[in-house]
Design a protein around this ligand. Structure first.
Ligand SMILES: C[S@@+](CC[C@H](N)C(=O)[O-])C[C@H]1O[C@@H](n2cnc3c(N)ncnc32)[C@H](O)[C@@H]1O
Length: 243
C-alpha cells in the first residue's frame, strides 16, 4: 500500500476489511465498496454510493479551501454511521441538526428517521449550502423527511416549537452552549445530545461540554470516533424530573 494510503485510516481500514491489502483492488472498487464492511449494509447500495460520493466530493472541495469557514467539513463516515445507529437503536423520532452544509450528515439522520418513523429539522445559515443539501436530499429520496430551516441557529431555535429527543450540534461550536440553553425547555424527558469535534477542537467545544456538565442530569461520554463525538443521554425519570 502507498504511503498516502497509510496516512488515511479510513482507506486503510476499507482496503484491509473489504479487499485484502492490494491497492489495485481498492482503486477498482466502487465508492460503496470502498466504504468497506464496517459500513451499513441496510442503507442499500444506491444510498451508500451517494453518501460515499458526497463524502469524497466534500473532501476534495475542502482540500482546496484555505479558509476554514469555506470548508464543508462533513462528518467522518464512521461517526455518521454511529449517529445513525444511535438514532435507530433508541427509536428517536424528533431530531434536530444544527449545521446542514451539503446534506451529508442530514441524509444519514433522515434515513435513520425514516426507519424510526421520525422527522428531522436541520438548520443552516448559508443559503447556497442549504440549496445543495436540498438537491442531495432529493437525490437520496429523503427530502420529505426533513424540514430545512435557513438562519442563524441561535435565532431559529428561539422560534422552534415542540420537543426533540435527539439534537446534533455540528455548527460553530462556540454558539452551542447558548443553543443548548435555549433548547432545554424543548427537550423530551428522554433525550440524547450529540456534538462532533471534541478531539479535533477541544478548546472551541469546551464551553459546550461545561454546559452539559452543569446540567447534571445527563450521562456524558466522548466516543473517540472520527473527530471525537460527545454523546450525552438523559433517560426518562431522570433525577430532575423526579424532584
Ligand atoms: C461542520 S459543518 C456541518 C457538517 C455536517 N454535519 C455534515 O456532516 O455534513 C458546519 C455547518 O454549520 C453552518 N453554521 C455555522 N454556524 C452556524 C449557525 N450559527 N447557524 C446555522 N448554521 C451554522 C456552516 O455554514 C456549516 O455549513
Amino acid at each position: 500500500m502507498s504511503r498516502e494510503a497509510d496516512r488515511d485510516p479510513h482507506r486503510a481500514g476499507r482496503v484491509a476489511e473489504s479487499f485484502g491489502s492490494g491497492p489495485d483492488l481498492y482503486d477498482r472498487a466502487t465508492p460503496a465498496e470502498r466504504m468497506g464492511s464496517w459500513a451499513m449494509g441496510t442503507l442499500g447500495e444506491e444510498l451508500l454510493t451517494l453518501l460515499a460520493d458526497l463524502y469524497e466530493q466534500g473532501q476534495e472541495h475542502d482540500a482546496h479551501q484555505p479558509r476554514h469557514g469555506d470548508r464543508l467539513r462533513n462528518l467522518e463516515p464512521q461517526t455518521a454511521a454511529l449517529v445513525s445507529v444511535l438514532v435507530r437503536s433508541s427509536g428517536r423520532t424528533r431530531l434536530l441538526e444544527i449545521g446542514t452544509p451539503n446534506g451529508y450528515s442530514t441524509i444519514w439522520l433522515a434515513w435513520a428517521a425514516a426507519q424510526t418513523g421520525g422527522r428531522l429539522i436541520s438548520i443552516e445559515v448559508d443559503p447556497g449550502r442549504q440549496r445543495m443539501a436540498e438537491d442531495n436530499l432529493r437525490r437520496a429520496g429523503l427530502r420529505d423527511r426533513v424540514d430545512l430551516v435557513l438562519g442563524d441557529a441561535t435565532d431559529v431555535i428561539e422560534e422552534l416549537t415542540g420537543l426533540f429527543d435527539l439534537v446534533f450540534f455540528d455548527a460553530d461550536r462556540v454558539s452551542a452552549p447558548a443553543q443548548l440553553a435555549l433548547l432545554l425547555p424543548r427537550l423530551a424527558p428522554d433525550a440524547m445530545l450529540l456534538a462532533d469535534n471534541v478531539l479535533s477542537h477541544p478548546g472551541e467545544i469546551a464551553g459546550y461540554l461545561a454546559a452539559l456538565e452543569d446540567l447534571g442530569d445527563f450521562d456524558r461520554l466522548v466516543v473517540p470516533v472520527g473527530k471525537g463525538l460527545s454523546v450525552a443521554y438523559r433517560g426518562p425519570g431522570h433525577p430532575r424530573e423526579q424532584r
